[in-house]
Ligand binder design. Structure first.
Ligand code: COA
Length: 447
């Protein structure tokens, strides 16, 4: 592995910088699990990739690194004339294969530590995985292949808090002191789920193309289906990423990206451009959000009551909700309404500008802090855009920081409100903060 050449870095253009800065507030202090395929370590683009990891860390993103070693294990096995039972930690690992894996994985950890230290990035190899033998599968003893039982979240969070990047290896140790081989994609996903990461980013040996076309986005359910029944021949590496990426999304990780690590700047381009350059797997979020019907009105009223008592939401009557029912949306979990949002629209005949108002945002107490609030705001923004709104305003007495810090809204004066809404605002005497977001910027599809 060569030393990173810092002289090759070039300053970003201002438009690039602006694009990047737009995303910074929502990524700050969020965990990104980055999983790097072993083969990439040998490629010229590797130094630049590590520098990009340093960029993410400098933006206060909490990075966790996972690496794969399939390529190194194969090379070492060929050198020593050993026939492997499995090279990717998915199949059976016999003692000879395990011996090769330990040497290759350990050597790679040492090289990775050296390169990251040269970039002045504080890193530590983490032993945060509690692992058991995979046991007997379909009648075959998997021997030294392991299964992740638990992730020690506290130890990882302690490293992240100290600005140290934890590095997780594709192997672990069980309670009896046995070393077991793990698949790096599985490691990345288990860690991301446990840390409630915002993203898993698989830096792969190649990108995902079907019929010659890059697959820019795919829903989790479709990713798992494609992994099971590929419509054309796909590398086993990509199939594994589709499978684990789909699992991650269905277990609550909002976004999983697969990027081709052989392309320079692929990591930053995927994260900080609207179009992306890789494949984004996303949870089927919107399936859970549906337009409210008359049957939802009692649930809407009861959900809002708590916040009305806390003076966070304006009281609304059953009739008022019925009157504007088409503006209301409900988020359901397992068939139960757990959150709501409304989008009202106002037209200014003088300017021709249509403004949306995000209202009635509410998440039931037991479901807070799981991303539902942000999901509903993003949904409301998409709805407002689809309904022709140029901008979205929200009035809030207690959640204005949530809008500012998590969703990129700015505090405005009441002048920003459309005329009829402004009159009602003055009359209410609630003195809510007015928050505003310009919807004309293209939606961040890769976020
Ligand atoms: C505000 C509200 C919608 C957030 O919903 P949620 O599902 O818990 O939010 P998410 O899970 O998407 O986001 C959680 C993050 O937002 C932060 N957050 C939540 N409420 C916040 C508030 N009032 N002020 C500042 N930050 C807040 C959390 O600390 C958390 O931050 P972290 O990710 O850094 O830990 C919810 O708390 C609520 O229903 N509040 C009462 C009603 C209300 O005030 N509505 C807004 C008026 S329109």
């Amino acid at each position: 592995m060569s030393q990173p050449d810092l002289s090759k870095t070039h300053p970003p253009r201002f438009e690039d910088l602006r694009g990047i800065l737009r995303y910074v507030p929502q990524f700050r202090q969020r965990v990104f699990v980055i999983s790097i395929d072993g083969d990439l370590v040998k490629q010229p683009s590797f130094s630049a990739l590590l520098q990009d990891v340093a960029v993410l860390q400098s933006l206060n993103i909490e990075v966790v690194l996972v690496y794969g070693s399939r390529s190194q294990i194969r090379d070492l096995a060929a050198e020593r004339g050993v026939e492997l039972t499995s090279d990717d930690g998915m199949g059976r690992t016999d003692a000879a294969s395990m011996d090769i894996a330990v040497s290759a994985i350990t050597r790679q950890a040492s090289l990775l530590m050296a390169d990251l230290t040269a970039l002045e990035i504080p890193v530590a190899i983490s032993n945060a995985l509690a692992v058991h033998p995979a046991g007997v599968i379909n009648g075959v003893d998997q021997e030294f292949t392991g299964r992740i039982e638990r992730v020690d979240v506290e130890s990882l969070q302690a490293l992240l808090k100290a600005d140290i990047i934890p590095i997780l290896q594709p192997m672990g140790y069980d309670g009896r002191g046995t070393t077991l081989r793990l698949n790096s994609d599985a490691v990345a996903v288990e860690v991301a789920i446990a840390l409630r990461a915002a993203k898993v980013i698989f830096i792969a040996e190649s990108g995902l193309f079907l019929a010659g076309q890059r697959i820019a986005q795919i829903a989790a359910i479709d990713a798992r289906q494609l992994a099971k029944h590929p419509t054309e021949t796909l590398d086993i590496n990509l199939l594994s990423k589709l499978r684990y990426g789909g699992i991650a999304c269905q277990e609550g990780v909002p976004r999983v990206h697969i990027v081709d690590g052989s392309q320079e700047e692929a990591l930053l381009a995927e994260l900080f451009s609207n179009e992306g350059v890789g494949t984004m797997i996303h949870a089927d979020d919107y399936q859970q959000i549906h337009a409210a019907s008359a049957a939802d009105v009692p649930a809407l009223l009861s959900m809002m009551q708590q916040s009305i008592d806390d003076a966070a939401l304006v009281p609304r009557t059953r009739e008022q909700i019925h009157e504007k029912l088409g503006d209301f949306f409900v988020l359901e979990l397992d068939g139960n309404p757990i959150a709501s949002v409304a989008v009202h629209t106002y037209d200014d005949p003088a300017t021709g500008i249509r403004t949306g108002e995000l209202a009635c945002l509410f998440v039931r107490r037991a479901h807070k802090n799981r991303g539902h609030g942000q999901k509903l705001v993003t949904f409301a923004e998409d709805t407002a855009r689809a309904r022709g709104c140029h901008r979205l305003v929200a009035l809030s007495t207690q959640a204005f920081r949530f809008f500012e810090e998590k969703l990129g809204y700015t505090v405005a004066t009441p002048d920003a409100l459309p005329a009829p809404r402004r009159a009602a605002y003055e009359a209410s005497g609630r003195n809510s903060k007015v928050l505003i977001k310009d919807l004309q910027l293209p939606p961040p599809t890769s976020v």
